[in-house]
Design a protein around this ligand. Structure first.
Ligand code: GLN
Ligand code: ZN
Length: 772
């Protein structure tokens, strides 16, 4: 391929970069500041150094235009809230008195003041702080952070492009402030917000910005005509400004759909468009609208959310097609590199032949630069890179690590019957009642008990070699014994072993399944200073040996009451991992499901009568576009049913989900055909119970009566009231009593008190039922 003659040389750029630093220096500095060990100036200096290191690194790697303002001490949506002056009333004094302290107070709350709500950034595992707006919101521009960071990069002699959350996405992500009616639509504030963006743009222009990036990922979701009109109006108004940098409107995570013609027509100078995954459809759509004549197109051809080496040849072909559709084509990742770890070079435990299949932020940056070079100068300029890339891709495709014929054959042989229990629910319920002999309103917990400092210490001791495996396992057995005897004393009906052996509900299984890869330093920001290391689904999944049976069996040996086996479901295993790009998600889910199905089988054989398969992520992996949801839910529910379909009729299958908005997936929840589901409900006062009732949910359910996200102990009266509310929606013979979620983040004192209160509330309500 040769580049199109006189077209401007393609530039390499990224929209954002991991913030934490090579050794998570930012986390350490921020947490040190919280504890009073790091001064505010010390924190600011560390942050400035990390930003400079990132820019230098990007520039040295060959990136032509670096992003600024993407850095954050906590979250970029919170930064936008500060930028537009939408500080919630309850935080205003604190922010005025001490901007840095007040900023963290908004993020984390204080003893007296609640933080902003936190929720997931689209379908990623990054969480942002939800803006709180109302009819009384007054916006004022505060461009200080953006201007400072732009100046820092410019002073290094770099071409820098400030990155901002766009005004439409900002409003679409907001919710009504406390006290504001729930039907308030933040988008009605657009005309008030745009002048503030105009001020910020003017400040950035004055500070030397040639381009500014406005992120509008909300436009890849299904949008109403009114919302699309708002986007058109926003960019028409901002476009008409004279004192402003050129605008690059960035979208990512999915296809633009109806928003594409809107943006294509808008008086902005550039669009950044995702061409990976489901967003690949943007390619044809762009041609259909006649391309972007006169505009700059930044092509997101390197997937910014997965960790796989790019297929450079394929990306070059996409870029070649795009050359005919815009004035100028630049190269980037599909989204900010915030969502991937920093550098594969840190992974000393991963075999070199596997490591070359992977690309973290540093490697993706190099890919982007290579592609930009290839686009500008022709493939002759990147021969070596292309050859190495082809070899890496071929070695992956041919490797026995990625393909296990036995697993493939088993997955291919799955029948419709495998994904169904042998008997329908009414028969199962009868068999389970006879087998388990549980009282009305059975009490249980969601699985984990407090992960104490001693437990984490024991794991650290094991890793450091201070204790051996036998010593560690003895420690776990003792913990299980304590947890079982506590539950018996408290009077719970279905017990759990407490999950003391699990570092994390996904990693624990990933470490034991063949086909999964763990990283040592693959940290990705989840929220604030919390980072996770998602395991990597690298090959076909199989289970060399039972993963949980000995712990559950040990727990069961200590009591006559039923102990629930506890598994993480296939959908959640995928949702909290980096998934394959060489196999459909549904196929991976099916492989994981078959491995878990064997575990269910082994648990039954070891005498377990109740097995819980957790699927807290079922809702969050729902595709952004409604049109894609049915296909997702089909494989997701099939994977769950395949996990549990082999269970005997008298074995009671539980599932658990913790997500406030179940409304749109009630049918899918029903399709799981679990005998019992426990759900988060305490904060919303059992709303989910009503949603289930409205749907006609036919099986048993335990809407949570104890909000475990707070150290607060619910009183017995309060729990009893929630139960009475629950009974209005779910009949007594199908209602369970349990907390909202696992107790691993709680301390023992509040756990003890809360569970005692729940059991006492249950006794009260049982008596009321008996006497009525
Ligand atoms: N069984 C898990 C626990 O109790 C479930 C956790 C979750 O839903 N996130 O910890
Ligand atoms: Zn949960």
């Amino acid at each position: 391929m040769t580049s199109k003659s006189a077209a401007a040389a393609a530039r390499a750029t990224v929209y954002g970069y991991p913030r934490q630093g090579q050794n998570r220096e930012l986390k350490k500095a921020i947490e040190g500041y919280w504890k009073g060990r790091v001064t505010p100036d010390g924190l600011l200096a560390t942050a400035a150094e990390l930003r400079r290191d990132n820019w230098r690194h990007l520039a040295e790697a060959g990136v032509d235009e670096v992003p600024t303002g993407d850095f954050s001490y906590y979250d970029h949506v919170l930064d936008t809230t500060v930028m537009v002056g939408a500080i919630p009333e309850r935080h205003r004094d604190a922010v005025t008195a001490d901007p840095l302290g007040g900023y963290f107070a908004m993020a984390r709350g204080t003893q007296d003041v609640a933080p902003l709500e936190m929720t997931k950034w689209f379908d990623t595992n990054y969480h942002y702080l939800v803006p709180e707006l109302g009819p009384g919101t007054v916006f004022t521009a505060d461009s200080a952070k953006q201007v400072t960071e732009l100046r820092e990069a410019l002073s290094l002699g770099l071409a820098a492009r400030p990155a901002l959350v766009g005004p439409v996405t900002y409003l679409l992500l907001a919710k009504p402030a406390p006290g504001v009616p729930g039907d308030f639509d933040p988008l009605t504030l657009l005309d008030r917000l745009l002048p503030v963006y105009a001020d910020v743009l003017a400040d950035l222009y004055a500070a030397g910005a040639e381009w500014v990036q406005l992120d509008e990922p909300a436009l890849v979701q299904d949008r109403t005509p009114a919302e699309l009109n708002a986007a058109a109006r926003a960019y028409r108004d901002l476009g008409a400004l004279t004192d402003r940098p050129k605008m690059l409107v960035a979208s990512y995570f999915d296809r633009l759909g109806d928003a594409l013609p809107v943006l294509a027509k808008a008086p902005v100078e550039g669009l950044a468009v995702d061409f990976t995954g489901p967003a690949a459809a943007n390619l044809d759509a762009l041609a259909a609208v006649g391309g972007l004549p006169g505009k700059r197109l930044v092509a997101g051809v390197v997937n910014g959310r997965n960790i796989w080496a790019n297929d450079l040849t394929k990306s070059l072909a996409t870029l070649g097609t795009l050359l005919g559709l815009a004035d100028r084509v630049d190269v980037s990742a599909s989204c900010s590199l915030l969502h991937v770890p920093l550098d594969t070079a840190a992974e000393r435990d991963i075999a070199p032949q596997i490591l070359r299949w992977l690309a973290f932020a540093r490697q993706k940056t190099a890919e982007i630069v290579t592609l930009a070079t290839g686009l500008s100068l022709g493939t002759g300029a990147i021969t070596a890179e292309l050859a190495a890339n082809r070899a890496a891709l071929a070695s992956r495709a041919e490797s026995p690590v990625t393909r296990d014929p036995a697993v493939r054959a088993r997955a291919a042989a799955v029948t419709e019957a495998d994904a169904h229990r042998s008997q329908p629910y009414p028969q199962r319920a009868t068999a389970q009642r006879a087998h388990l002999g549980l009282p009305l309103l059975p009490t249980t917990t969601i699985g984990s008990f407090p992960q104490t400092a001693e437990l984490r210490g024991a794991r650290a001791d094991l890793r450091a070699g201070r204790i051996d495996t036998a010593g560690y396992e003895e420690r776990i057995r003792t913990e299980i014994q304590d947890v079982i005897s506590f539950q018996e004393r408290t009077g719970l009906d279905v017990l759990v072993h407490g999950e003391p052996e699990r570092n994390d509900m996904v990693q624990y299984f990933a470490e034991q399944l063949t086909g999964y890869l763990a990283t040592r330093h693959g940290w990705v920001q989840s929220y604030g200073t919390r980072y996770v290391r998602p395991p990597i689904l690298v090959g076909d999944i199989s289970r060399p040996e039972p993963m949980t049976v000995r712990w559950t069996a040990h727990a069961q040996s200590l009591t006559d009451r039923p102990v629930k086996g506890m598994l993480t479901g296939p959908v959640t295993m995928l949702a909290w991992s980096f998934v394959r790009d060489d196999l459909p998600l549904g196929d991976t889910a099916r492989q994981v499901a078959l491995a878990l199905r064997d575990e269910v089988d082994d648990l039954e054989a070891a005498g377990t009568s109740v097995v819980q398969v957790d699927e807290p992520a079922l809702r969050e992996t729902l595709p952004l576009r409604a049109a894609d949801r049915a296909a997702y839910l089909a494989w997701a529910t099939e994977a769950f049913r395949l996990t549990t379909g082999g269970a005997r009729a008298e074995t009671q299958i539980h599932t658990h989900m913790c997500y406030a908005e179940f409304g749109d997936i009630v049918q899918a929840i029903d399709d799981l055909d679990a005998d019992v589901i426990s759900l988060e409900a305490a904060r919303s006062h059992m709303q989910v119970a009503h949603e289930l009732a409205t749907h006609g949910y036919p099986r048993e359910a335990g809407p949570g009566v104890y909000d475990i996200h707070s150290p607060r102990v619910p009183s017995a009266e309060e729990a009893a009231d929630l139960l009475r509310t629950g009974l209005k929606a779910i009949p007594a013979d199908r209602l369970w009593v349990n907390p909202d979620c696992g107790l691993k983040t709680r301390g023992w004192p509040e756990t003890r008190a809360s569970l005692e209160n729940i059991v006492s509330a249950t006794r009260t309500v049982r008596n009321e039922l008996a006497s009525s």
